[in-house]
Design a protein around this ligand. Structure first.
Ligand code: ADP
Ligand code: ASP
Ligand code: MG
Length: 463
């Protein structure tokens, strides 16, 4: 069995779904389970619709929903031709439900967390239906599976976590069952449900995580992440156009990259795969003949720096006190505050009199600040970014820090940390400096405009 996950751009229109069908068809002998994201911009539009509706703007919300159904039905027309009305009729109740929910939210000007998840989940419920029908129309024996019958999660709406044991039992019945009958299950990523049946979602970009969860639960021999780039690269190609594809990465390296902003993989994707030793491959759905990147637990790292990631929208919280920092229990009390407000801390740096931390979810920072002010002076600074260099061999390389900070000497570095794994070096800069920092570092460690796919080329400044 293998899991094949197709991201938003890989199901965005009729042509993309045709390409997906070709890829799945070629894998039929391996027993594929197909996991799909919502089509194209759907989830962004659903989020925007809720924002309009909670602002009391029902018309604005309905406009967003109209764009979702327009694009979806255009794809359906393209794929199914004369059979399109039948598929459209299956989708109609889903769209109607979205309209009713948006109207209700606009009346209340607020949306409860569970209703929000139910609303956002519709994107994947729609795409899984369209893709299953498209495969069937091509003669692939596809069956659409409702993710809420398989992925069992806690009730942490917006960022639900899987219950692996319950999910494994359901996956065996609802995914492995059809595969053993030579069918191809098609299931939405991102979506799950509590044991009581309430719809949940895993958080933005969570379809990758769904694919890995199903892969682990099924003991799949491989998880394939089909996306819009040739694999994991030396940097985000949107920032560094000359970034190169990496043939192989260790799962530990790839996890750090994902955690520090390489959007190509959801940060939690690799944990279940590492635990079960399942290889993950990142592939380009537009160029399926390319080898992509293979991610294997413990695979040997190559270069010192393998890749550079960055994450915007970071807030730093600086806590200073002359009295208590070294007192036993102070740090515990400090981190307790973040935990109480359900906010994860990414980077930490301490001095005699201050502690700085970074947050990427600042939704509760006002409450956190109020609590922290009971114990110390607090500065909250938004508009920052983390830059992170990752490589399995960084820990063996002396002088790497000097090279890194020389390369960004014209950028104001605000906070530095070397991960305890010594597999990464990260630092904080102002958001407006982040792209420049990443480009400088890429030039330092990977040279100028290398040919795509080239192995090791010019590495400036190296004896
Ligand atoms: P999908 O919709 O398939 O899940 P995403 O947009 O979530 O796709 O992720 C793919 C994008 O990730 C790429 O288009 C690329 O801009 C971005 N990205 C960021 N860092 C990297 C990296 N190191 N390697 C490859 N892509 C990256
Ligand atoms: N559709 C969801 C999102 O856009 C999940 C995903 O695509 O991974 O965040
Ligand atoms: Mg994604």
């Amino acid at each position: 069995m293998i899991v094949q996950k197709f991201g938003g751009t890989s199901v965005e229109d009729g042509a993309a779904i045709e390409r997906l069908a070709g890829i799945v068809q070629r894998a039929v002998g391996e027993g594929p389970v197909v996991v799909v994201s919502a089509m194209g911009k759907t989830t962004d539009r659903l989020v925007a619709a809720l924002a309009r509706a909670t602002a009391g703007d029902e018309g604005g919300a309905l406009e967003q929903l109209a764009a979702v159904s327009r694009d979806t039905l255009a794809a359906v027309d393209e794929i199914f031709g004369a059979a399109a009305p039948a598929v459209a009729a299956e989708l109609a109740p889903l769209f109607a439900g979205l309209g009713r929910m948006a109207a209700a939210v606009a009346v209340l000007s607020s949306v409860p967390a569970d209703a929000r998840d139910h609303f956002l989940a519709q994107g994947e419920l729609v795409s899984s239906l369209v893709v299953a029908r498209a495969l069937a129309a091509r003669g692939v024996p596809a069956v659409r599976v409702d993710a809420r019958d398989v992925l069992v999660t806690d009730a942490h709406f917006g960022r639900a976590q899987p219950d692996f044991r319950a999910t494994e039992a359901a996956a065996r019945e609802r995914l492995a069952g059809p595969v053993s009958r030579r069918q191809v299950p098609v299931i939405g990523g991102f979506v799950g449900a509590t044991a009581g049946g309430q719809t949940t979602v895993l958080g933005r970009g969570g379809s990758d995580y769904s694919a890995a969860i199903f892969g682990a639960c099924l003991g799949a021999s491989r998880v394939e992440i089909w996306t819009d780039v040739d694999g994991m690269m030396t940097a985000d190609p949107r920032i560094v156009p000359e970034a190169r594809v990496l043939d192989r990465l260790s799962a530990e390296e790839a996890s750090e990259l994902a955690y520090f902003g390489a959007r190509v993989l959801h940060p939690l994707t690799l944990a279940p795969a590492i635990e079960k030793g399942i290889p993950v491959r990142v592939l380009n759905a537009r160029r399926p003949e390319r080898p992509g990147t293979e991610i294997l637990s413990g695979a040997p790292g190559g270069e010192d720096v393998r890749s550079i990631a960055c994450k915007r929208g970071i807030v730093t919280v600086e806590v200073s006190t002359s009295r208590m920092l070294m007192a036993p229990g102070f740090l515990r009390a400090l981190f307790d505050v973040f935990a109480r407000f359900d906010t994860a801390v990414d980077m930490i740096s301490t001095s005699e009199v201050s502690v700085s931390v970074t947050l990427d979810d600042s939704s509760r920072v006002a409450e956190i600040r109020r609590e922290l002010e009971q114990m110390a002076r607090v500065d909250v600074v938004p508009g920052r970014a983390i830059v992170c260099l990752v490589g399995e061999n960084l820990k063996f390389t002396s002088g790497i820090a000097a090279r890194i900070f020389r390369a960004v000497e014209d950028v104001n570095v605000l906070m530095i940390s070397q991960g305890a794994s010594r597999r990464n070096v990260s630092f904080v800069v102002a958001e407006e400096d982040v792209e420049r920092a990443v480009r400088h570092l890429h030039r330092e460690f990977f040279g100028e405009a290398a040919a795509p796919g080239a192995v090791s080329t010019a590495r400036a400044g190296r004896a």
